[in-house]
Design a protein around this ligand. Sequence first.
Ligand SMILES: NC(=O)c1ccc[n+]([C@@H]2O[C@H](COP(=O)([O-])OP(=O)(O)OC[C@H]3O[C@@H](n4cnc5c(N)ncnc54)[C@H](OP(=O)(O)O)[C@@H]3O)[C@@H](O)[C@H]2O)c1
Length: 262
Amino acid sequence: MNKTYALITGASQGLGKAFALELASRQINTILVSLPGEGLDFVASQVVALGQEAHCYETDLTQKDNIVALAAWVNERFALSILINNAGCGGTQRFQDVTVDYLDRIIQLNVKATSLLTHQLLPNLMKRDKAYVLNVGSVAAYSPIGYKTVYPASKAFVYSLTRGLYQEFADSNVFFSLVNPGPMMTNADSASRLQQQGFFATMGLLTPDQVAAISIRRLFKRDSLIMLNWVNKLTWMVMKFLPVYIRLPLLTNAIKKEINRA
Ligand SMILES: NC(=O)c1ccc[n+]([C@@H]2O[C@H](COP(=O)([O-])OP(=O)(O)OC[C@H]3O[C@@H](n4cnc5c(N)ncnc54)[C@H](OP(=O)(O)O)[C@@H]3O)[C@@H](O)[C@H]2O)c1
């Protein structure tokens, strides 16, 4: 097993697709994972056009058995040197209006899949001279927010998990890093929401391609908490120093207005 591979979850669209193409442009072979029937083959053809291998695996990562099966498939066939836990979901709704499946999906994908997949692929990563795990969080990790509730809670979990693993594996060959992007126009829904929010929401906005390029560059420079640009850094600093009793109602009111507009 001389060749090494990067596995990217949620690679069929948005930021995951951008990660796949960024890695391929750096001559890194990829293993692409997403839900079945969502166009993963098209992304794979773009990776191949850049001269790299692309292996597709379609599965629902909210199910434990699927995560274990994916990891077994990878561990039997590929020498893994990079894992990018990108697949994630969320939403903005009144808590009493959402279904149990909505809540379950966010928790299973953002919390469970990120933890279990990392755990199952770690023995493979540890066999490399140098290996990297990049977890995709969100600026939402920095504060609880009403009407988003489980999403920021799940991303706070990703933040805590990644920082803990970074420290635990500090003396090993596996380097853990976290990126917490701000809003991105990854699909038509997020684009129209951001445009409605006006100037401040779109200030310092990065495309998924830019987020992927900066993240990979910083990952290879062994940056354990990646700041994407000055807005991303300012957000982190403001959220760090603003007391929760100020930021919680501020953010919740902003999101409430978004719900009322919809
Ligand atoms: N967009 C933003 O503004 C923003 C801001 C901050 C952080 N983030 C984070 O960035 C990451 C990527 O976001 P995005 O906006 O690029 O998302 P996206 O466009 O909705 O893409 C999500 C990806 O995850 C895959 N996925 C969803 N559910 C899955 C499941 N059950 N099993 C396997 N794969 C699944 C999707 O596959 P299918 O195509 O097959 O459905 C898709 O490839 C997420 O972790 C998100 O929380 C996004």
